[in-house]
Design a protein around this ligand. Sequence first.
Ligand code: F6P
Length: 378
Amino acid sequence: TKRIGVLTAGGDCPGLNAAIRGVGKTAQGTYDMRVLGFRDGFRGLVENRVVDLDRAKLSGILTIGGTILGTSRDKPHKMRVDGRNVDMTDVIVRNYAANHLDALVCLGGGGTQKNALVLQEHGLNVITLPKTIDNDVGLTDVSFGFDTALGIATDAIDRLHSTAHSHHRIIVVEIMGHRSGWLALGAGMAGGADVILLPEIPYDIQAVAKAVTDRVRYGLNFSIVAVAEGAMSMQDAARVQDYQQRIALAQERGDRKARKKAKAELKAFEASGADQHTLRLARQLEALTGLESRPTILGHLQRGGTPSAADRLLATRLGSVCADLIDAGHYGVMVAARGDSAEPVPLEQVAGNKKLVPPDHPWVKSAKNVGICLGVGV
Ligand code: F6P
């Protein structure tokens, strides 16, 4: 009988419990494996906080949001212990052995894929599933969590339309997605936003203001601006590029001090006012267009609650194929969604492979075709 461990790491998202259930029920029911869960991501594995995921624990969780195991953003190689960052990889390797595990299943986003690869390189049999509302994990068509968040953000835009048109206002709505624009683009298109700003396409504030005032000329004296949390103006994007060039040059020269300095400056620049970006944008647009403007930040609402049918289905499919792969002894892979099937992709190829919106993506083209301003020359 194989023994497998399961953990959820990174931000919570809808569909995690459906995936735990998909892995667990297939592992138990079809392959007679023993399924253990670790609490709060990699931290639970370090602290050996284990729970037996028996039939009763896996029942009734399909529709529940979040994760029954709890989660954290702790990394194996950089874990906060007594106020210091400590590499706990060896402790994880020991606890994996102490629990007599044959495989470890890590449910997570981009960061988790990298951490999983490191553990695989330390001799563990690791297999991952892609979860994130951001949809930015590479080499999978889609990640679970995205569809639910897309539905919530679209519903929010629908509702914001009421105030926008009744009060003749601009509503600037901030949508999550980390550094990718999938959620803002998808929800913006589905919710009928007039402007969509993405991290992948730095915006020109004058072009945005023009799109809004052009609408006023047609008697449409309101606008919805959907802005991805990682979106940047052309000026800010140019500064970020400068920092990145400095980092790359310092790296080339082998100048660790200069590299560290440039990295710290970039971090400080990104942090400065990132949380104020949407508010600032609303104020700028009010000043440039003369229309009253209000910011709305959707925040963690987008990650909460019951998963959509599509996410339940995806998480169940990927989870069950994950157990098939464990039975076959196929490790070191992420179970990726490919059309109607699920396929293993080597972790080496997935780790660090962030999927951004290509500026020539069909969604972008359709958005332009229906007259949505993407923040550049109109
Ligand atoms: O990755 C999911 C996500 O919700 C991102 O969209 C967002 O940038 C981030 O997590 C927020 O993280 P936290 O919940 O830790 O503040």
